[in-house]
Design a protein around this ligand. Structure first.
Ligand code: VGL
Ligand code: ZN
Length: 204
């Protein structure tokens, strides 16, 4: 029996650039693909997110002379970590991992498409004000519980889970179908913050 019409699986950024060999590879990011596929088969309703940046995006170190990937800079909305160029619109790096097998996904939500604002969360951009529209989409469709999986646990999965709670949804994260980047303890901090926000951490 698949999960019912109140539940949705949100699969975050399972894209080539976040897998080994990609521009911003999450260690062992590709290992989650079978677990993501198994989980997706349990859900009637599945949504994919796709990190989708224009060339020259403000989150790319290459857009900031003298800066290196993983440095931080102040942008108009606050501190932004700089990344290698990744998930450029229309490139192979931005494509979903070829092993991802989710033909029944109902929505592909692209994010990070504004050249001056990054977007980790599927709900709102890194200025923490610009909505993606997902909260109202989910409400209008009657969903109450979101299970989040994908890449990276401590960035896009984390912000999506926190913002899902803040928008009033029950949120689970499926840790066996997630992998983190883990910069300076970011993974432990993300796990603790999610627990404190009332996100249910599911290990299976
Ligand atoms: C992500 C850094 C930059 C992610 C996306 O999917 O977690 N991280 N863009
Ligand atoms: Zn990105």
């Amino acid at each position: 029996m698949r999960r019912g019409d109140r539940e949705v699986l949100l699969i975050v950024d399972v894209q080539n650039d976040f897998c080994p060999g990609g521009a911003l590879a999450v260690p062992r990011g590709d290992e989650i693909v079978p677990a993501v596929n198994r989980l997706a088969a349990e859900f009637t309703h599945v949504i994919l997110t796709q990190d989708w940046h224009p060339r020259g995006h403000a989150s790319f170190a290459s857009s900031h002379p003298g800066k290196q990937p993983f440095d931080a800079v102040d942008l108009s909305y606050g501190v932004q970590i700089l990344w290698p160029d990744h998930c450029v619109q229309g490139t192979q790096g931005a494509a979903f991992h070829p092993g991802l097998d989710v033909p029944h996904a109902e929505l592909v939500l692209r994010k990070g498409f504004r050249s001056t604002i990054d977007s980790y969360s599927a709900f709102r951009e890194n200025d923490r004000r610009t909505p993606t529209g997902l909260a109202n989409y989910l409400r209008e469709r009657g969903f109450e519980r979101i299970t989040v999986c994908g890449l990276a646990t401590d960035f896009c999965v984390f912000y999506s889970a926190i913002d899902g709670r803040e928008a009033g949804f029950a949120v689970d994260i499926a840790t066996s179908a997630c992998r983190g980047i883990d910069m300076d303890g970011s993974l432990a901090l993300a796990m603790r913050s999610m627990s404190e926000a009332g996100v249910t951490i599911r290990a299976e």
